[in-house]
Design a protein around this ligand. Structure first.
Ligand SMILES: NC(=O)c1ccc[n+]([C@@H]2O[C@H](COP(=O)([O-])OP(=O)(O)OC[C@H]3O[C@@H](n4cnc5c(N)ncnc54)[C@H](OP(=O)(O)O)[C@@H]3O)[C@@H](O)[C@H]2O)c1
Length: 244
């Protein structure tokens, strides 16, 4: 039985490796190709978009995929909708593996916003030096804020055809450690951070560091995701595969 895992997250890789150990199951991981050197796993992997829902349907049919698991990033809404629709069209079981969002605790100075535009709108007047920890795809939207200095961190350099906010760019891949995140915020005299509510352990340290330093955190809420079966951890997704 062939299983396609839409990946790009640590959980997707962990599930792929685990599910590959089940006798009779052949796992294929699909990556968008956002990073030129994705973390290596010893599971067959295909890279690049499918060309929309139609392309994904064709792929599922041509490769006789029996189960589809969407273990993509919580902000990768387009591929999640494509996956949900394509699975329905092909009549195959579909599961979403979505890590729980971070929750604020007492003392946090979260400003929750619906999207990146709202995050841009909230920054003037809030801070002059901002840690923009949102990856590289949406950086351009912040480049209009000329009175704010940004510390940006991405895995790979942002696209050269789009404007980049004024400030300093760090090229680094998580996970990030709390001690280092604390030092980073102090070193660059950061007054506020901006983050997607990605959830998970790998990138939570900046949220904790901001909490400790009493800094406001502009938290971008997750986009709407398709209805359907979902679990929040790798073990539950593994059990779902066995049950199917
Ligand atoms: N995608 C990731 O691996 C990933 C990882 C970390 C964070 N994020 C965050 O998610 C947000 C949106 O990212 P996004 O543009 O990648 O997602 P998206 O908006 O959901 O996807 C856009 C297109 O990329 C292709 N795609 C996405 N994931 C794919 C996968 N696993 N396999 C094959 N094709 C895939 C699909 O192209 P076709 O329509 O051509 O099939 C999809 O329509 C950003 O904030 C980004 O930082 C994404």
């Amino acid at each position: 039985m062939r299983v396609l895992i839409l990946g790009g997250t640590t959980e997707a890789s962990q599930l792929a490796v685990k599910a590959s150990t089940i006798e009779g199951i052949e796992v294929i991981v699909s990556l968008a190709g956002r990073t030129s050197q994705p973390a290596k796993i010893h599971v067959p992997t295909r890279i690049g978009g499918f060309s929309g829902t139609e392309g994904l349907v064709t792929y599922l049919r041509n490769n006789a995929i029996a189960l589809l698991i969407d273990a993509t990033h919580p902000f990768a809404a387009q591929i999640s909708f494509n996956g949900a629709i394509a699975a329905k069209i092909c009549g195959i079981p579909h599961l979403m593996l979505v890590r729980p969002p971070w929750q604020p605790i007492k003392g946090d100075r979260w400003i929750e916003v619906n999207d990146f535009k709202a995050a841009v709108a909230v920054l003037p007047g809030l801070a002059k030096r901002v840690f923009l920890a949102i990856g590289r795809q949406e950086l351009a939207a912040f480049s209009y804020l000329e009175d704010i200095w940004f510390l940006m961190r991405t895995i790979e350099p942002p696209a050269s055809d789009k404007p980049i906010p004024k400030g300093h760019l760090l090229l680094e891949r998580g996970p990030f450690d709390l001690t280092e995140e604390r030092q980073l915020l102090k070193k660059y005299q950061i007054e506020a951070i901006v983050s997607k509510n990605s959830g998970g352990e790998a990138t939570i340290a900046k949220i904790i560091a901001a909490r400790e330093l009493g800094l406001p955190a502009v938290i971008i809420k997750r986009p709407i995701m398709p209805e359907g079966d979902r679990v929040t951890d790798v073990d539950s997704a593994f059990k779902w595969i066995i049950g199917n």
